[in-house]
Design a protein around this ligand. Structure first.
Ligand code: G1P
Length: 299
């Protein structure tokens, strides 16, 4: 039996320079898709997968993230006084049980692998853990990490990354899997490479920001090997597992992934989530139809 995955690491130390000037004063993870911050989607997905402890790897200037998950007594009292029960329910989701959330600082931006390693003392040396990159937002009937936990338990452990086929001209922006065996939804990896040079990609199966990792990956990170871009790469520490003879799987999840680390991806996610909301769908759709009509007329 595999040990249950109950802890997740959220690397949120990045400067978010692609979203300047907004990120000059707000953490990227607080930026909203419709009315919920990016980080809320990640937390909800983790909860659905059975995660009980949430570890944030932060950096200077991320205070708004800590406040977001704190109780807000003045606001709550005011809403209670006005009888705004629906809004109180909305806030309920953002409250965390005391002690369920921990913040660790990454003091130097040395890479994703280093960020994950910063959380090492909060994990039991024998327990597998999840990593969620909040930039990757995945809309799915069954949340992506939950799909992975189920597949991971079925396969009997090892390490697992979310995987998705991407167009040939985009592959080199990702961690990429070299596939040994295709099991259908899951694949067994023979290797993994971070941001391969164009033309050298082992496949077009890219790693997306959801991971279930064996504690050995944390050990591998102790070596602080410098990889692509001179950074300590999580991909390399996972690939070391394969070299050591332990299993690494890619899991082709069902759902739609939005790259909210890019402006275009963020806008697409905003429209898609807006269209999925009963209170916004009609008005938004009408506007989109109008836009396409104007565009068609101009052509
Ligand atoms: C990170 C990982 C990469 C992965 C990607 C998914 O890269 O290093 O392996 O494919 O997230 O979004 P980044 O996007 O931070 O460059």
């Amino acid at each position: 039996m595999t040990r249950k995955v109950t802890k997740a690491i959220f690397p949120v130390a990045g400067l978010g320079t692609r979203f300047l000037p907004a990120t000059k004063s707000i953490p990227k993870e607080i930026m909203t898709l419709v009315d919920r911050p990016l980080i809320q989607y990640a937390i909800d997905e983790a909860r659905a997968a059975g995660i009980k402890e949430f570890i944030f790897v932060t950096s200077r200037g991320k205070g708004a993230l800590e406040d977001y998950f704190d109780n807000s007594p003045v606001l709550e009292q005011e809403l209670k006084r006005k009888g705004k029960d629906k809004l109180l329910d909305v806030l309920e989701n953002t409250n965390m049980e005391s002690g369920a959330i921990a913040y660790i600082r990454q003091h130097k931006a040395l890479g994703l692998g280093h960020a994950v390693w910063c959380a090492r003392r909060l994990l039991d040396p024998n327990e597998p853990f999840a990593v969620i990159l909040p930039d990757d937002v995945i809309a799915a009937d069954k949340p992506c990490l939950q799909q992975m936990v189920e597949a991971y338990e079925e396969l009997g452990g090892g390490s697992m990354v979310a995987a998705m086929e991407v167009p040939a001209d985009k592959v080199s922006a990702y961690g990429v899997l070299d596939v040994e065996e295709d099991l259908g939804h899951s694949v067994v990896a023979r290797g993994m490479v971070e941001k391969p040079a164009p033309g050298t990609e082992p496949s077009n199966l890219a790693v997306i920001g959801r991971y279930i990792l064996s504690p050995d990956v944390m050990q591998n990170l102790n070596q602080m090997k410098q990889g692509a871009g001179g950074e300590v790469q999580l991909t390399d520490a996972i690939a070391d597992e394969i070299t050591a003879g332990r299993k690494v799987y890619g899991h082709r999840f069902s759902g739609q992934r939005f790259d909210c680390g890019s402006k275009a991806g963020f806008l697409q996610a905003t429209i898609s989530f807006g269209l999925s909301r009963d209170d916004l769908r009609d008005e938004l759709q009408e506007y989109l139809d109008e836009l396409s009509a104007v565009r068609a007329a101009a052509q």
